[in-house]
Design a protein around this ligand. Structure first.
Ligand code: GLU
Length: 500
Protein backbone atom coordinates (compact mmCIF):
# COMPACT_ATOMS: atom_id res chain seq x y z
CA UNK A 1 0.00 0.00 0.00
CA UNK A 2 1.43 3.40 -0.96
CA UNK A 3 0.35 6.70 0.56
CA UNK A 4 -1.14 7.88 -2.73
CA UNK A 5 -4.72 9.04 -2.18
CA UNK A 6 -6.76 10.21 -5.16
CA UNK A 7 -10.42 10.96 -5.64
CA UNK A 8 -13.23 11.46 -8.09
CA UNK A 9 -15.66 14.10 -6.92
CA UNK A 10 -18.75 14.02 -9.14
CA UNK A 11 -21.68 16.35 -8.71
CA UNK A 12 -24.95 14.37 -8.98
CA UNK A 13 -26.54 16.99 -11.21
CA UNK A 14 -26.73 14.86 -14.35
CA UNK A 15 -26.18 11.30 -15.55
CA UNK A 16 -22.65 9.86 -15.62
CA UNK A 17 -20.79 11.83 -18.29
CA UNK A 18 -18.05 10.44 -20.51
CA UNK A 19 -15.70 13.09 -19.09
CA UNK A 20 -16.41 12.09 -15.50
CA UNK A 21 -15.92 8.43 -16.36
CA UNK A 22 -12.56 9.26 -17.98
CA UNK A 23 -11.45 11.29 -14.93
CA UNK A 24 -12.60 8.50 -12.61
CA UNK A 25 -10.71 5.96 -14.72
CA UNK A 26 -7.44 7.93 -14.62
CA UNK A 27 -7.69 8.31 -10.84
CA UNK A 28 -8.49 4.61 -10.53
CA UNK A 29 -5.54 3.69 -12.78
CA UNK A 30 -3.14 5.84 -10.84
CA UNK A 31 -4.34 4.45 -7.51
CA UNK A 32 -4.19 0.84 -8.66
CA UNK A 33 -0.84 1.28 -10.41
CA UNK A 34 0.75 2.80 -7.32
CA UNK A 35 -1.06 0.66 -4.75
CA UNK A 36 -2.76 3.79 -3.45
CA UNK A 37 -6.33 4.53 -2.39
CA UNK A 38 -9.16 5.66 -4.67
CA UNK A 39 -11.90 7.70 -3.05
CA UNK A 40 -15.30 8.74 -4.31
CA UNK A 41 -16.83 11.89 -2.87
CA UNK A 42 -20.18 13.29 -3.91
CA UNK A 43 -20.24 17.03 -4.39
CA UNK A 44 -23.95 17.48 -3.78
CA UNK A 45 -24.08 21.05 -2.49
CA UNK A 46 -26.05 22.22 -5.51
CA UNK A 47 -29.21 21.06 -3.80
CA UNK A 48 -31.55 22.40 -6.46
CA UNK A 49 -29.96 20.32 -9.23
CA UNK A 50 -28.69 17.25 -7.36
CA UNK A 51 -30.90 14.18 -7.34
CA UNK A 52 -30.67 10.71 -5.88
CA UNK A 53 -31.40 9.25 -9.31
CA UNK A 54 -28.33 10.97 -10.82
CA UNK A 55 -26.31 9.84 -7.83
CA UNK A 56 -27.33 6.24 -8.43
CA UNK A 57 -26.65 6.56 -12.15
CA UNK A 58 -23.11 7.79 -11.47
CA UNK A 59 -22.25 5.23 -8.81
CA UNK A 60 -23.72 2.30 -10.72
CA UNK A 61 -22.28 3.52 -14.01
CA UNK A 62 -18.76 3.64 -12.57
CA UNK A 63 -19.19 0.22 -10.99
CA UNK A 64 -20.51 -1.10 -14.29
CA UNK A 65 -17.25 -0.01 -15.92
CA UNK A 66 -15.35 -1.95 -13.27
CA UNK A 67 -14.10 1.19 -11.52
CA UNK A 68 -14.40 0.42 -7.85
CA UNK A 69 -13.39 2.74 -5.05
CA UNK A 70 -11.90 2.01 -1.68
CA UNK A 71 -13.61 4.77 0.28
CA UNK A 72 -16.90 6.50 -0.28
CA UNK A 73 -20.59 5.80 -0.75
CA UNK A 74 -21.40 2.22 -1.70
CA UNK A 75 -23.15 1.72 -5.03
CA UNK A 76 -26.58 0.22 -4.59
CA UNK A 77 -27.39 1.44 -1.08
CA UNK A 78 -26.83 4.51 1.00
CA UNK A 79 -24.06 3.13 3.18
CA UNK A 80 -20.47 4.24 2.85
CA UNK A 81 -17.07 3.08 3.98
CA UNK A 82 -13.77 4.68 4.82
CA UNK A 83 -12.26 6.53 7.76
CA UNK A 84 -12.62 10.05 6.32
CA UNK A 85 -16.40 10.21 5.95
CA UNK A 86 -18.94 11.39 5.48
CA UNK A 87 -18.30 11.28 1.73
CA UNK A 88 -21.25 13.47 0.75
CA UNK A 89 -20.64 17.17 1.02
CA UNK A 90 -24.10 17.96 2.37
CA UNK A 91 -23.21 15.78 5.35
CA UNK A 92 -19.97 17.72 5.87
CA UNK A 93 -21.36 21.22 6.41
CA UNK A 94 -20.03 21.49 10.00
CA UNK A 95 -16.50 20.86 8.69
CA UNK A 96 -16.78 23.75 6.23
CA UNK A 97 -18.21 25.99 8.93
CA UNK A 98 -15.27 25.18 11.22
CA UNK A 99 -12.73 25.83 8.45
CA UNK A 100 -14.47 29.12 7.59
CA UNK A 101 -14.28 30.17 11.21
CA UNK A 102 -10.53 29.45 11.27
CA UNK A 103 -9.96 31.64 8.22
CA UNK A 104 -12.12 34.38 9.67
CA UNK A 105 -10.34 34.28 13.03
CA UNK A 106 -6.96 34.50 11.32
CA UNK A 107 -8.24 37.42 9.19
CA UNK A 108 -7.53 35.38 6.06
CA UNK A 109 -11.20 35.85 5.17
CA UNK A 110 -13.64 38.62 5.98
CA UNK A 111 -17.39 39.23 5.95
CA UNK A 112 -18.64 41.07 2.88
CA UNK A 113 -21.99 42.78 3.00
CA UNK A 114 -22.02 44.20 -0.52
CA UNK A 115 -25.49 43.70 -1.96
CA UNK A 116 -26.07 42.00 -5.31
CA UNK A 117 -27.12 45.40 -6.70
CA UNK A 118 -23.90 47.03 -5.58
CA UNK A 119 -21.84 44.22 -7.05
CA UNK A 120 -23.78 44.38 -10.29
CA UNK A 121 -23.32 48.17 -10.56
CA UNK A 122 -19.57 47.73 -10.07
CA UNK A 123 -19.47 44.97 -12.67
CA UNK A 124 -21.21 47.22 -15.20
CA UNK A 125 -18.83 50.06 -14.48
CA UNK A 126 -15.86 47.75 -15.06
CA UNK A 127 -17.37 46.45 -18.26
CA UNK A 128 -17.96 49.99 -19.55
CA UNK A 129 -14.38 50.93 -18.63
CA UNK A 130 -13.08 47.83 -20.42
CA UNK A 131 -11.66 46.38 -17.19
CA UNK A 132 -11.75 42.69 -16.31
CA UNK A 133 -14.35 41.81 -13.66
CA UNK A 134 -12.93 42.04 -10.18
CA UNK A 135 -14.21 42.48 -6.65
CA UNK A 136 -12.94 45.96 -5.73
CA UNK A 137 -12.33 45.09 -2.08
CA UNK A 138 -15.09 47.31 -0.70
CA UNK A 139 -15.41 45.29 2.52
CA UNK A 140 -11.78 44.20 2.77
CA UNK A 141 -10.58 47.01 4.96
CA UNK A 142 -13.59 47.70 7.16
CA UNK A 143 -12.86 48.31 10.80
CA UNK A 144 -14.54 46.24 13.50
CA UNK A 145 -16.84 49.19 14.22
CA UNK A 146 -17.87 49.54 10.57
CA UNK A 147 -18.57 45.84 10.36
CA UNK A 148 -20.62 45.93 13.52
CA UNK A 149 -22.62 48.87 12.17
CA UNK A 150 -23.44 46.94 8.99
CA UNK A 151 -24.46 43.93 11.02
CA UNK A 152 -26.83 46.12 13.00
CA UNK A 153 -28.35 47.33 9.72
CA UNK A 154 -29.18 43.67 9.21
CA UNK A 155 -27.11 43.31 6.06
CA UNK A 156 -26.43 39.62 5.44
CA UNK A 157 -22.79 38.94 4.85
CA UNK A 158 -20.94 36.46 2.72
CA UNK A 159 -17.42 35.36 3.53
CA UNK A 160 -14.64 36.39 1.18
CA UNK A 161 -11.18 34.92 1.01
CA UNK A 162 -8.37 37.48 0.98
CA UNK A 163 -6.32 36.77 -2.12
CA UNK A 164 -2.69 37.57 -1.27
CA UNK A 165 -0.60 39.32 -3.92
CA UNK A 166 2.03 37.42 -5.89
CA UNK A 167 2.38 34.71 -8.46
CA UNK A 168 0.94 31.29 -7.76
CA UNK A 169 3.10 28.64 -9.39
CA UNK A 170 2.87 24.86 -9.49
CA UNK A 171 4.27 21.96 -11.48
CA UNK A 172 1.37 20.19 -13.07
CA UNK A 173 2.21 16.54 -13.76
CA UNK A 174 0.64 16.78 -17.21
CA UNK A 175 1.06 20.40 -18.16
CA UNK A 176 4.37 21.24 -16.57
CA UNK A 177 5.08 24.58 -14.92
CA UNK A 178 2.01 26.79 -14.51
CA UNK A 179 2.29 30.33 -13.18
CA UNK A 180 -0.66 32.59 -12.64
CA UNK A 181 -0.57 36.05 -11.11
CA UNK A 182 -3.01 36.23 -8.21
CA UNK A 183 -3.99 39.66 -9.53
CA UNK A 184 -5.72 37.84 -12.39
CA UNK A 185 -8.04 35.90 -10.07
CA UNK A 186 -10.78 38.55 -9.97
CA UNK A 187 -10.07 39.83 -6.48
CA UNK A 188 -11.09 38.38 -3.13
CA UNK A 189 -13.59 35.61 -3.80
CA UNK A 190 -16.63 34.37 -1.92
CA UNK A 191 -16.15 31.08 -0.09
CA UNK A 192 -19.40 31.05 1.90
CA UNK A 193 -22.58 32.69 0.64
CA UNK A 194 -24.64 35.05 2.78
CA UNK A 195 -27.14 32.22 3.32
CA UNK A 196 -24.39 30.06 4.78
CA UNK A 197 -23.82 27.70 1.85
CA UNK A 198 -20.14 27.05 1.18
CA UNK A 199 -18.96 27.32 -2.43
CA UNK A 200 -17.13 24.81 -4.59
CA UNK A 201 -13.63 26.33 -4.37
CA UNK A 202 -13.84 26.16 -0.63
CA UNK A 203 -15.48 22.77 -0.10
CA UNK A 204 -13.20 21.04 -2.58
CA UNK A 205 -10.12 22.27 -0.75
CA UNK A 206 -11.44 21.55 2.74
CA UNK A 207 -12.32 18.03 1.63
CA UNK A 208 -9.13 17.33 -0.26
CA UNK A 209 -7.19 18.55 2.77
CA UNK A 210 -9.23 16.60 5.35
CA UNK A 211 -9.24 13.46 3.22
CA UNK A 212 -5.48 13.58 2.77
CA UNK A 213 -5.65 13.72 -1.02
CA UNK A 214 -2.12 13.57 -2.40
CA UNK A 215 -2.87 13.98 -6.14
CA UNK A 216 -5.70 15.95 -7.67
CA UNK A 217 -6.32 14.41 -11.10
CA UNK A 218 -9.11 16.20 -12.95
CA UNK A 219 -10.13 17.80 -16.22
CA UNK A 220 -8.26 20.70 -17.73
CA UNK A 221 -11.37 22.85 -17.36
CA UNK A 222 -10.37 23.12 -13.68
CA UNK A 223 -6.86 24.40 -14.39
CA UNK A 224 -7.87 28.02 -13.89
CA UNK A 225 -9.37 27.14 -10.49
CA UNK A 226 -6.18 25.62 -9.20
CA UNK A 227 -4.45 28.87 -8.08
CA UNK A 228 -7.45 29.66 -5.89
CA UNK A 229 -7.29 26.16 -4.46
CA UNK A 230 -3.58 26.40 -3.78
CA UNK A 231 -4.05 29.69 -1.91
CA UNK A 232 -6.80 28.09 0.17
CA UNK A 233 -4.70 25.01 0.99
CA UNK A 234 -1.95 27.30 2.21
CA UNK A 235 -4.32 29.49 4.20
CA UNK A 236 -5.75 26.41 5.89
CA UNK A 237 -2.22 25.28 6.76
CA UNK A 238 -2.29 22.12 4.66
CA UNK A 239 0.19 20.61 2.26
CA UNK A 240 -0.69 21.40 -1.31
CA UNK A 241 -1.37 18.17 -3.27
CA UNK A 242 0.16 17.47 -6.66
CA UNK A 243 -2.03 18.35 -9.63
CA UNK A 244 -2.54 16.59 -12.95
CA UNK A 245 -4.96 18.23 -15.36
CA UNK A 246 -6.21 15.85 -18.03
CA UNK A 247 -6.68 17.09 -21.60
CA UNK A 248 -10.16 18.14 -22.66
CA UNK A 249 -12.31 15.65 -24.52
CA UNK A 250 -13.34 17.20 -27.83
CA UNK A 251 -16.19 16.88 -30.32
CA UNK A 252 -15.05 15.82 -33.81
CA UNK A 253 -14.91 19.54 -34.74
CA UNK A 254 -12.42 20.03 -31.87
CA UNK A 255 -14.76 22.08 -29.72
CA UNK A 256 -15.19 20.95 -26.12
CA UNK A 257 -17.28 17.76 -25.99
CA UNK A 258 -20.91 18.71 -25.61
CA UNK A 259 -24.29 17.02 -25.50
CA UNK A 260 -25.33 18.91 -28.59
CA UNK A 261 -22.60 17.46 -30.80
CA UNK A 262 -21.72 14.15 -29.15
CA UNK A 263 -23.42 11.51 -27.10
CA UNK A 264 -22.09 12.25 -23.61
CA UNK A 265 -23.99 9.96 -21.20
CA UNK A 266 -22.22 6.68 -20.43
CA UNK A 267 -25.62 5.04 -19.98
CA UNK A 268 -26.53 5.71 -23.59
CA UNK A 269 -23.41 3.89 -24.78
CA UNK A 270 -24.16 0.95 -22.52
CA UNK A 271 -27.76 0.87 -23.75
CA UNK A 272 -26.52 0.60 -27.34
CA UNK A 273 -24.32 -2.32 -26.47
CA UNK A 274 -20.90 -0.83 -25.94
CA UNK A 275 -19.26 -3.17 -23.47
CA UNK A 276 -17.28 -2.12 -20.42
CA UNK A 277 -14.04 -3.67 -21.67
CA UNK A 278 -14.14 -1.48 -24.77
CA UNK A 279 -15.33 1.64 -22.97
CA UNK A 280 -12.52 1.63 -20.42
CA UNK A 281 -9.99 0.74 -23.10
CA UNK A 282 -11.19 3.63 -25.25
CA UNK A 283 -11.45 6.10 -22.37
CA UNK A 284 -7.92 5.26 -21.24
CA UNK A 285 -6.65 6.21 -24.68
CA UNK A 286 -8.35 9.60 -24.45
CA UNK A 287 -5.23 11.34 -23.26
CA UNK A 288 -2.91 8.42 -22.60
CA UNK A 289 -1.11 5.93 -24.80
CA UNK A 290 1.20 3.00 -24.26
CA UNK A 291 3.82 4.61 -26.43
CA UNK A 292 3.57 1.54 -28.67
CA UNK A 293 1.20 0.47 -31.44
CA UNK A 294 -0.75 -1.66 -29.03
CA UNK A 295 -4.21 -0.38 -28.38
CA UNK A 296 -6.40 -3.28 -27.30
CA UNK A 297 -5.72 -3.54 -23.60
CA UNK A 298 -7.68 -4.89 -20.67
CA UNK A 299 -8.20 -2.82 -17.55
CA UNK A 300 -5.58 -4.92 -15.74
CA UNK A 301 -3.09 -4.42 -18.54
CA UNK A 302 -3.72 -0.68 -18.51
CA UNK A 303 -3.29 -0.58 -14.72
CA UNK A 304 0.06 -2.31 -15.11
CA UNK A 305 1.34 0.18 -17.68
CA UNK A 306 -0.36 3.40 -16.67
CA UNK A 307 1.91 6.39 -16.17
CA UNK A 308 0.43 9.73 -15.21
CA UNK A 309 3.40 11.63 -16.56
CA UNK A 310 2.79 10.07 -19.99
CA UNK A 311 -0.61 11.75 -20.29
CA UNK A 312 -0.79 14.13 -23.28
CA UNK A 313 -1.55 17.80 -23.08
CA UNK A 314 -3.37 18.01 -26.39
CA UNK A 315 -7.15 17.74 -26.41
CA UNK A 316 -8.45 14.25 -27.23
CA UNK A 317 -11.09 13.95 -29.94
CA UNK A 318 -13.88 11.53 -29.11
CA UNK A 319 -14.16 9.41 -32.24
CA UNK A 320 -17.24 7.24 -32.15
CA UNK A 321 -16.17 5.17 -35.14
CA UNK A 322 -12.97 4.19 -33.45
CA UNK A 323 -14.87 3.32 -30.30
CA UNK A 324 -17.17 1.09 -32.39
CA UNK A 325 -14.21 -0.59 -33.96
CA UNK A 326 -12.68 -1.19 -30.55
CA UNK A 327 -16.00 -2.46 -29.23
CA UNK A 328 -16.14 -4.98 -32.08
CA UNK A 329 -12.62 -6.09 -31.21
CA UNK A 330 -13.64 -6.63 -27.61
CA UNK A 331 -16.84 -8.45 -28.52
CA UNK A 332 -14.70 -10.89 -30.53
CA UNK A 333 -12.62 -11.55 -27.46
CA UNK A 334 -15.55 -12.46 -25.23
CA UNK A 335 -16.09 -16.02 -24.19
CA UNK A 336 -19.04 -17.31 -26.29
CA UNK A 337 -21.18 -18.16 -23.26
CA UNK A 338 -20.54 -14.71 -21.85
CA UNK A 339 -21.45 -13.09 -25.17
CA UNK A 340 -24.69 -15.10 -25.38
CA UNK A 341 -25.56 -13.95 -21.87
CA UNK A 342 -24.87 -10.34 -22.71
CA UNK A 343 -26.91 -10.52 -25.93
CA UNK A 344 -30.10 -11.78 -24.29
CA UNK A 345 -31.18 -8.44 -22.76
CA UNK A 346 -30.69 -6.73 -26.13
CA UNK A 347 -32.81 -9.37 -27.85
CA UNK A 348 -35.46 -8.93 -25.20
CA UNK A 349 -35.47 -5.18 -25.76
CA UNK A 350 -35.80 -5.77 -29.51
CA UNK A 351 -38.70 -8.12 -28.89
CA UNK A 352 -40.46 -5.43 -26.88
CA UNK A 353 -39.81 -2.97 -29.70
CA UNK A 354 -41.24 -5.48 -32.19
CA UNK A 355 -37.99 -5.87 -34.12
CA UNK A 356 -38.11 -9.62 -33.50
CA UNK A 357 -41.13 -11.73 -32.64
CA UNK A 358 -39.85 -14.03 -29.94
CA UNK A 359 -37.07 -14.16 -27.39
CA UNK A 360 -34.72 -17.05 -28.16
CA UNK A 361 -33.42 -19.26 -25.36
CA UNK A 362 -29.85 -19.03 -24.12
CA UNK A 363 -29.00 -22.20 -26.05
CA UNK A 364 -30.35 -20.78 -29.30
CA UNK A 365 -28.35 -17.60 -28.87
CA UNK A 366 -25.28 -19.59 -27.86
CA UNK A 367 -25.65 -21.66 -31.04
CA UNK A 368 -25.49 -18.60 -33.29
CA UNK A 369 -22.60 -16.89 -31.46
CA UNK A 370 -20.07 -18.26 -33.99
CA UNK A 371 -22.14 -16.62 -36.76
CA UNK A 372 -22.40 -13.19 -35.19
CA UNK A 373 -19.39 -12.71 -32.93
CA UNK A 374 -17.25 -11.11 -35.64
CA UNK A 375 -20.09 -9.04 -37.01
CA UNK A 376 -21.27 -7.00 -34.07
CA UNK A 377 -19.93 -3.45 -33.66
CA UNK A 378 -22.29 -3.15 -30.66
CA UNK A 379 -24.44 -5.73 -28.87
CA UNK A 380 -27.51 -3.73 -29.88
CA UNK A 381 -26.85 -4.64 -33.54
CA UNK A 382 -27.77 -8.27 -32.89
CA UNK A 383 -31.18 -8.01 -34.53
CA UNK A 384 -29.72 -6.28 -37.57
CA UNK A 385 -27.29 -9.16 -37.94
CA UNK A 386 -29.45 -12.13 -37.00
CA UNK A 387 -32.98 -10.91 -36.24
CA UNK A 388 -34.30 -12.84 -39.27
CA UNK A 389 -33.85 -15.99 -37.19
CA UNK A 390 -36.36 -14.84 -34.59
CA UNK A 391 -39.29 -13.85 -36.78
CA UNK A 392 -41.84 -16.03 -38.52
CA UNK A 393 -41.03 -14.49 -41.91
CA UNK A 394 -38.58 -11.66 -42.61
CA UNK A 395 -39.70 -8.54 -44.44
CA UNK A 396 -38.82 -9.15 -48.04
CA UNK A 397 -38.49 -6.86 -51.02
CA UNK A 398 -38.72 -9.40 -53.87
CA UNK A 399 -36.75 -7.15 -56.24
CA UNK A 400 -33.80 -7.51 -53.87
CA UNK A 401 -33.88 -11.30 -54.41
CA UNK A 402 -33.00 -10.86 -58.08
CA UNK A 403 -29.19 -10.88 -58.45
CA UNK A 404 -27.68 -8.25 -60.77
CA UNK A 405 -26.92 -10.69 -63.57
CA UNK A 406 -30.28 -12.45 -63.31
CA UNK A 407 -33.83 -11.57 -64.21
CA UNK A 408 -36.96 -12.43 -62.26
CA UNK A 409 -37.64 -15.59 -64.29
CA UNK A 410 -34.15 -16.97 -63.63
CA UNK A 411 -34.55 -16.13 -59.95
CA UNK A 412 -37.87 -18.01 -59.76
CA UNK A 413 -36.17 -20.92 -61.46
CA UNK A 414 -33.12 -20.73 -59.19
CA UNK A 415 -35.11 -20.53 -55.96
CA UNK A 416 -37.34 -23.39 -57.08
CA UNK A 417 -34.33 -25.54 -57.97
CA UNK A 418 -32.69 -24.74 -54.64
CA UNK A 419 -35.86 -25.70 -52.83
CA UNK A 420 -36.03 -29.02 -54.66
CA UNK A 421 -32.36 -29.78 -54.06
CA UNK A 422 -32.54 -29.00 -50.36
CA UNK A 423 -35.71 -31.02 -50.01
CA UNK A 424 -34.22 -33.99 -51.91
CA UNK A 425 -31.21 -33.84 -49.61
CA UNK A 426 -33.50 -34.36 -46.69
CA UNK A 427 -33.59 -33.12 -43.14
CA UNK A 428 -30.88 -35.45 -41.94
CA UNK A 429 -28.16 -33.99 -44.13
CA UNK A 430 -29.16 -30.43 -43.33
CA UNK A 431 -25.87 -28.94 -42.18
CA UNK A 432 -23.60 -26.23 -43.54
CA UNK A 433 -21.21 -28.56 -45.32
CA UNK A 434 -23.94 -30.67 -46.92
CA UNK A 435 -25.85 -27.59 -48.01
CA UNK A 436 -22.82 -26.01 -49.58
CA UNK A 437 -22.01 -29.16 -51.56
CA UNK A 438 -25.61 -29.55 -52.73
CA UNK A 439 -26.06 -25.94 -53.79
CA UNK A 440 -22.69 -25.67 -55.50
CA UNK A 441 -23.47 -28.80 -57.47
CA UNK A 442 -26.81 -27.30 -58.44
CA UNK A 443 -25.22 -24.07 -59.71
CA UNK A 444 -22.71 -26.04 -61.73
CA UNK A 445 -25.33 -28.35 -63.23
CA UNK A 446 -27.40 -25.38 -64.32
CA UNK A 447 -24.51 -23.24 -65.52
CA UNK A 448 -25.18 -20.51 -62.93
CA UNK A 449 -22.50 -18.56 -61.16
CA UNK A 450 -22.58 -19.87 -57.61
CA UNK A 451 -22.49 -16.30 -56.29
CA UNK A 452 -25.71 -15.42 -58.08
CA UNK A 453 -27.60 -18.43 -56.81
CA UNK A 454 -26.30 -17.89 -53.28
CA UNK A 455 -27.31 -14.23 -53.31
CA UNK A 456 -30.84 -15.09 -54.41
CA UNK A 457 -31.09 -17.66 -51.60
CA UNK A 458 -29.54 -15.34 -49.04
CA UNK A 459 -32.04 -12.56 -49.67
CA UNK A 460 -34.91 -15.03 -49.95
CA UNK A 461 -34.37 -16.46 -46.48
CA UNK A 462 -33.10 -13.39 -44.60
CA UNK A 463 -34.50 -10.38 -46.45
CA UNK A 464 -30.98 -8.90 -46.53
CA UNK A 465 -28.01 -8.84 -48.85
CA UNK A 466 -25.40 -8.90 -46.07
CA UNK A 467 -25.69 -11.69 -43.52
CA UNK A 468 -23.52 -14.13 -41.63
CA UNK A 469 -22.11 -16.96 -43.82
CA UNK A 470 -24.93 -18.41 -45.91
CA UNK A 471 -24.74 -22.13 -45.20
CA UNK A 472 -24.35 -21.71 -41.45
CA UNK A 473 -27.25 -19.30 -41.60
CA UNK A 474 -29.45 -21.85 -43.35
CA UNK A 475 -28.42 -24.50 -40.86
CA UNK A 476 -29.34 -22.18 -37.98
CA UNK A 477 -32.68 -21.49 -39.60
CA UNK A 478 -33.46 -25.19 -39.98
CA UNK A 479 -34.86 -27.39 -42.69
CA UNK A 480 -38.54 -26.53 -42.57
CA UNK A 481 -38.10 -22.77 -42.19
CA UNK A 482 -35.54 -22.63 -45.00
CA UNK A 483 -37.91 -24.41 -47.37
CA UNK A 484 -40.86 -22.26 -46.33
CA UNK A 485 -38.89 -19.06 -46.90
CA UNK A 486 -37.59 -20.20 -50.30
CA UNK A 487 -41.14 -21.02 -51.39
CA UNK A 488 -42.52 -17.72 -50.19
CA UNK A 489 -39.73 -15.71 -51.85
CA UNK A 490 -40.29 -17.57 -55.07
CA UNK A 491 -43.98 -16.67 -55.05
CA UNK A 492 -43.17 -13.04 -54.37
CA UNK A 493 -40.57 -12.85 -57.14
CA UNK A 494 -42.98 -14.50 -59.52
CA UNK A 495 -45.42 -11.70 -58.67
CA UNK A 496 -42.84 -9.18 -59.92
CA UNK A 497 -43.58 -10.24 -63.51
CA UNK A 498 -47.34 -10.16 -63.13
CA UNK A 499 -49.01 -7.37 -65.11
CA UNK A 500 -50.01 -4.47 -62.92
N1 GLU B 1 -17.46 18.41 -8.58
C1 GLU B 1 -16.41 18.89 -9.41
C2 GLU B 1 -16.68 18.47 -10.84
O1 GLU B 1 -17.43 17.53 -11.04
C3 GLU B 1 -15.08 18.33 -8.93
C4 GLU B 1 -13.92 19.01 -9.51
C5 GLU B 1 -12.62 18.54 -8.89
O2 GLU B 1 -12.25 17.40 -9.16
O3 GLU B 1 -11.99 19.30 -8.18
O4 GLU B 1 -16.23 19.08 -11.76
Amino acid sequence: MSDVRVRIAPSPTGPLHIGTARTALFNFLYARHTGGTFILRLEDTDVARSTEAFERDILEGLHGLGLTWDEGPAAGDLGERGPYGPYRQMARLPLYAAAARRLLDADLAYPCSCTPDELEAERRRQEAAGEPPRYPGTCAGLSEAERAARAVEGRPSALRFRVPPGVVAFDDIVRGRVEIDAAALGGDFVIVRADGTPLYHFTVVVDDAEMGITHVIRGEDHLSNTPKHILLFRALGHDVPAFAHLPLILNPDRTKMSKRKSQTAVDDYVAQGFIREALVNYLALLGWSTGTEEEILSLDEIVARFDLSAVNRAGAVFDRERLEWMNGQWIRRLDPDDLADRLLPFLDADRILGRIERLPSFDEVRAIVPLVQERLPVLGAISDVAGFLFVEMPDLDPALCVPKRWDAATTVDGLGAAQDAVEANGEVAFDAEGLEATLRALAEARGWKAGDLFMAIRVAVTGRTATPPLFETLAALGFARTLARLARARDLVRGLDAPV
